[in-house]
Design a protein around this ligand. Sequence first.
Ligand code: PMT
Length: 321
Amino acid sequence: MAEPRAATIDGKLAEEFAVPSHVDEVKEQMAAFAGRHGAKGRRVVLITSGGTKVPLESRTVRFLDNFSSGRRGASSAEYFLDSGYAVIFLHRHRSLYPYTRLYSNINLLDTLQLKSGEGASSNSGQVVVNQQALPNIAKVLKRYQEVKDAGLLLPIEFNTLSEYLHLLKAAAQALSTIGSKAMFYLAAAVSDFYIPASEMPEHKIQSSNGPLQISMKMVPKMLSPLVKDWAPQAFVISFKLETDPSILLDKARRALDTYRHQAVVANILDTRRGYVVVVTPETQAELILTDEDVKNEVEIEEKIISNLKAAHGQFITQQLD
Ligand code: PMT
């Protein structure tokens, strides 16, 4: 099937996906962030992370969601920051976040103790942190504060599919000013299906009407206008997730052929934490966590970012030639 023209996708976005009220403000923030870091010669990566919610009713009670935890995006952000990038982190509200992700399974109250002083009432006293309950906390906190103080991380939240699509477009336009120094790392698990606002019931769907049948439309692939129109000079990486390993690489190559971007990170749902393949038009690199890596707590994202940073460097050099 022929790829829809980018103008058609722009029209569809405006007509069928509610525009978030803060999109212009966020676009300005992202443009200022990219401009500031670009002027210092720093590369800037836009990471998308987490799943998207697709509402079934306008006054939403129910929605369709997916499995993505946002761990890939959050840990990748840390390795990009360690590699000298400034990071715009476009993430699903409440999905995993850089640095705090390391403590996401810990109950905050289990890490604190109340030391009541003499004469203190039973509801007051000094709160003391039990550092042992927070592995590596001093090191992680130091790094988090360095990143924050240097203004290297710009977090932007989305919740619904519509918010994601409009904010991605705004980000692409905001980063277009820094040309090939911009990287797009599209790790979010974006819904392929949606119900247009015009076809959505306003009120809660009634179970008294019997079993539910819904018909959903295809979400336009954002990669097409992003690569062709919104940020044509940028280095773009999409992800390809499958559950059947036998079709993965073929689908990754097909995506490169269709969208003409620079790389696809191909992964399988069950093995995504320990194995990915980075596919480019010319190369294919298998990245694997060995037993030794696991023992040393090496994460697959460290290997992915090292591979992509080198490829981005070559890309920038080629653009300058
Ligand atoms: O979050 P985790 O639990 O750590 O899991 C990480 C992950 C498995 C979600 C991640 O590694 C991953 O594979 N993300 C992409 C999953 C996906 O949605 O693949 P896809 O085949 O549906 O989409 C392919 C690419 O097109 C993606 O880069 C996506 O961002 C992009 N896309 C998708 C839909 C759409 N309308 N427009 C797009 O541009």
